[in-house]
Write a protein that binds this ligand. Structure first.
Ligand SMILES: NC(=O)c1ccc[n+]([C@@H]2O[C@H](COP(=O)([O-])OP(=O)(O)OC[C@H]3O[C@@H](n4cnc5c(N)ncnc54)[C@H](O)[C@@H]3O)[C@@H](O)[C@H]2O)c1
Length: 420
């Protein structure tokens, strides 16, 4: 197999991690069985760029079981787990080896080369997380525009990039907005990010959250989850926002709201999750308390200006893996986790398996939709069909052993009528 990975001998540990998540992803298990029967991707090559850890690896195997030739890379240099990449290249008794181009801790240049290696396989379908595959097609592989059937985008930041392409009239093929399916953002962005961000922070810092002032930048789906869990852990929570409606929502949820300039001086732990750039910069660092800890959970490492710290700090020190200390003046240090990249993936294993079971069920079923309908769709960003969302919700409830009421015919009619 042509692949670029760290070390194939790491495969046993990766295989165990994939087996662990498989045992906790019942929706994907069911989809795998369906795909094995139906083979919706027979003869198709899928290029995938998603944070390459065990849950993603299992998604790759589910798609492969549907007949896809899988070409895989990660979507962030720090979230790739080398043992998991090795397991995919090695394969096992039920999964054939895949082409994988992913290295933990690779440079920006190597990262782009790996995106390009995936695109060099002339994929028919793209599964993207943050938009780097689609951007690679636009910038460096224009000949693929006419070839690719379509694709799926996993996260808010990627959807923003696709919407900008659609608005400019340059979106090259149909894309499915997986992020905005209810069974994705309501659970993954909110509960997944909420829990896994603190998992990443805890295992990296080994410090207490209770009693600290935690500043959460952005009160979107992810920010709501992060603020909720910070409160649950006993932090005093401050939210910063630019959207007045979200700011009111944060106030009514019981949080203090103020500009970052003001929060900078009182926060102990800062978590950015806006999808925006320059959220914490030099003008804020200069106000921060000694010992302030900064991290990011937004898709790109543009929210905290780590570059400025590296260039202007009087001293830089690696405190322990994934904690960089910067001395700003005589005796004032601030600490950045995971280089300002998504702390839950760069310093942890990402979202819990049960959450990614739902997100990746939406991904897998949306990819099948593209395989079946791609040629008939326009070059637009499509919402995930409602029946896919509802199917995933029903299967999740069934997996949880929860039953719900159903509408009687009279109720269904009443809810569609203008007569009372
Ligand atoms: N870490 C993860 O595992 C994970 C999971 C899902 C999404 N994401 C990423 O997290 C980011 C946020 O996603 P989301 O779904 O919450 O998006 P969202 O659009 O629901 O929320 C973003 C919020 O940030 C606010 N905002 C924008 N600029 C700001 C600024 N300068 N200061 C303060 N607030 C600002 C917006 O008003 C909005 O309310 C995206 O980059 C997304 O791709 C990360």
């Amino acid at each position: 197999m042509d692949s670029v990975i760290r070390d194939i001998s790491l495969f046993p540990s990766g295989e165990n991690k994939i087996e662990w998540v498989r045992r906790n992803m019942p929706l994907l298990n069911g989809i795998l069985a369906d795909f094995e029967r139906e083979k919706p991707f027979a003869g198709l090559t899928i290029g995938l760029s998603v944070h390459l850890e065990a849950k993603t690896a299992y998604l790759c195997r589910v798609l492969q079981s549907g007949g896809a030739n899988m070409i895989v890379t990660g979507s962030n240099p720090l979230s790739t787990q080398d043992d998991v990449a090795a397991a995919l290249v090695h394969g096992n008794w039920e999964s054939t080896p895949m082409h994988v181009y992913a290295l933990h801790g690779c440079t920006a240049e190597e990262y782009e080369q790996n995106i390009d290696r995936v695109l060099s396989h002339t994929p028919d379908i793209l599964i993207d997380d943050g938009g780097d595959l689609v951007s690679g097609v636009m910038d460096r592989f224009p000949a693929l525009k006419a070839h690719i059937l379509g694709g799926c985008e996993e996260t808010t930041t990627g959807v923003i990039r696709l919407k900008a392409m659609e608005k400019a009239g340059v979106l090259p093929f149909p894309m499915m907005d997986v992020n905005d399916a209810d069974c994705k953002h309501l659970f993954d962005n909110r509960y997944g990010t909420g829990q896994s961000v603190f998992d990443g922070i805890d295992r990296t810092t080994n410090l207490i959250v209770a009693g600290k002032t935690c500043v959460v930048a952005g009160y979107g789906w992810c920010g709501k989850g992060v603020a909720m869990r910070a409160k649950g852990l006993g932090a005093h929570v401050i939210v910063t926002e630019v959207d007045p409606v979200k700011a009111i929502e944060a106030i009514m949820d019981g949080f203090a709201v103020m500009p970052m300039q003001q929060a900078a001086g009182v926060g102990d732990l800062f978590i950015t999750v806006t999808g925006d750039r320059d959220v914490i910069t030099a003008e804020h660092f200069t106000h921060m308390k000694n010992g302030a800890i900064l991290c990011n959970a937004g898709h790109f490492d543009v929210e905290v200006d780590v570059k400025w710290l590296r260039e202007h700090a009087r001293e830089r020190r690696d405190m322990k893996p994934n904690i960089e200390g910067f001395r700003l003046d005589e005796d004032r240090w601030v600490y950045v986790l995971a280089e300002g990249r998504l702390v839950n993936l760069a310093s942890g294993d990402g979202h819990p398996a049960e959450i990614m079971d739902m997100s990746f069920a939406i991904q897998a079923l949306s990819a099948r939709f593209i395989a079946q309908q791609g040629r008939t769709l326009e070059k637009r960003l499509y919402a995930v069909p409602r029946d896919i969302d509802e199917q995933v919700a029903r299967q999740k409830l069934a997996a949880m052993g929860v039953k719900v009421d159903t509408l009687t015919p009279e109720q269904a009619e009443y809810l569609q009528s203008w007569r009372v």
